[in-house]
Design a protein around this ligand. Sequence first.
Ligand code: FE2
Length: 193
Amino acid sequence: MFEWSDKFSINIRTIDTQHQQIFALLNELSICCQSNNVSPTVVEKALIQIKAYSNKHFMIEEKLMQSAKVDEQHFRIHRMEHQSFVYDVNHFSVNGLTQQKYIDATEKLVCFISNWWTYHILGFDKSMSAQMFAIKNGATPEQAFEQHQQIKLDAEVTRLMISSVLDLWRTANSQCRQLEKILANTKTPFPKL
Ligand SMILES: [Fe+2]
């Protein structure tokens, strides 16, 4: 189960509430996977809810950054992060998988989503919130960005961040290996340079 704690709070109530809702939806998906008789329809429904809620949340967060006049450098990279999540989750497919492989794939997806959110909230969202508060207190967007693009983390939060980054890296690494296998077996010759 993915437990919400104050460590994830960015001190903006609407955003904290939405993050808590994402954790709740992720727990629903995780519970689905623990049942042996899980059907693709149930997983698909839980996944659709997570995607729809995340999309709505990203739009709200991006509008909030724009109205707070957060520095363009932070805004652009933060939005790219959101877009990369949408891309990765949209490309998840369980079509044609056997029951066990399909449960395994869904568990991997749950793991990816939870790591992604852990890393994103503790890094990007906390930095965004710190910049927004600094701007409210009189800093220019550039000053706020310079001061808060890196967040000071305590030991526990650092441990959580490292663990989620390592898991994300392992997932990316295994996807690269699968891609290498596919490329090695492909009959299409590489174009001559
Ligand atoms: Fe975000």
